[in-house]
Design a protein around this ligand. Sequence first.
Ligand code: REY
Length: 424
Amino acid sequence: MPLSSHRRLAVSATLVAALAAGLIPATSAFAAPAAPVPATAATTPAVPAPDMDGVVAALDSAMAKGAPGAMARFTGPDGVRTRTVGVQDRVSGAPMTIRSRFRIGSVSKTFSTVVLLQLVEEGRLELDAPVNRFLPGLLPDDRITVRHLLTHRSGLADYTNAMFEHTVPGFESVRNRVFSYQELVDLSLAEPRTTEPGVSYAYSNTNFVVVGMLIEKATGRPVADAYERRIFKPLKLRNTSYVHPDTRIRGTHVRGYLHPDEEGGALVDSTEQTVSWAQSAGAVISDPADLNTFTSALLRGRLLSPAMREAMTTVTPTDATNTRFYGLGLRRYDLSCGTRVYGHTGTVQGFYTYAFSTGDGRRSLAATANTSNRGAVNTALGGTLEAAFCGKKPAPAASSRSAAPSTARDLTSLPAERDLPERR
Ligand code: REY
């Protein structure tokens, strides 16, 4: 169980004070332990520097697979590093720009979850209560709880599968539409449910449409107000917005280009759309710096009580690899070096996004590419995570003595605890 941020701060402050007073020799404070020892700040090794060449290689690979452009922003103990490749506008040829805004797709689910968990903290909703207690008669099964929605275990079918079976015609048919939440839920309920409540993980946008309804029911206001008041304003996320059903992305932004299903077909400029088909499941607009700030603040415990942060980061596997997990509106990926990162991925027509932080919130990566319906681009973009959080891969071992992969894994899986100021 991770320490709460308050406790971590206290531990670190004590350590810093002890170091300053000369009570602990500075050289021993961060020395790598020879044998397994408790994961305290005093024994934490330095975290690997991000491999920015590796990040660029991943961005270049995303372009080689079909993205007009891509970019990534990493922030960590040694400051901010950004990389951009390609163009954000294929017509003007404007280069990808790190302060440009874009559609973050399902990273919005993490924003919606933070709002919902704050409402739980305030006693206005309950995680293990039936959804129908708050929205009487909405769902056909009283056993579906709020937690089932947040963990994708409700069994409510994902209506977007049918909606976007044919990618470009599907997109064009909803691009300017304005749906009510109820209409989206009705689309889902017209399909068979995928599992019994709570039984298994099945990713579905419907869950986070219902989360939006719960937020609006509990607050009596549009979800836009809740995002603004509870997240965007307190964190000063000036390039983050929720403007549904406005179709534009205001300010300097990335243009998104959707790949058609037909091989070799022309890309479709999908920048302008209502995103009404997703709303609280995927309609937030942001930029890399704001995403870094958001995931970092979340993992540092600045948005939720320790109990709610703990609930959000308590995960179950989403597949058999034992490296991919889902908590409450939050993914966890266990990287090859043993580092665990928490955040979300996003796909909305024309945009792929990754926004992740380490468990202590001290290192964050946001990456985007301006295309979609091209899985190879998304996979390539995901390569930024390994490069950013695991650093340069060690040169092939000259002897078995220097390889020691399991030791390296143990050390890197300890929480990073260096209380150095982060520059933005
Ligand atoms: C919807 C289809 C993807 C995207 C989706 N996004 O559910 C949510 C998320 C908000 O998880 C579209 N794919 C594409 C197709 C496939 O149309 N036929 O790739 O742009 O982020």
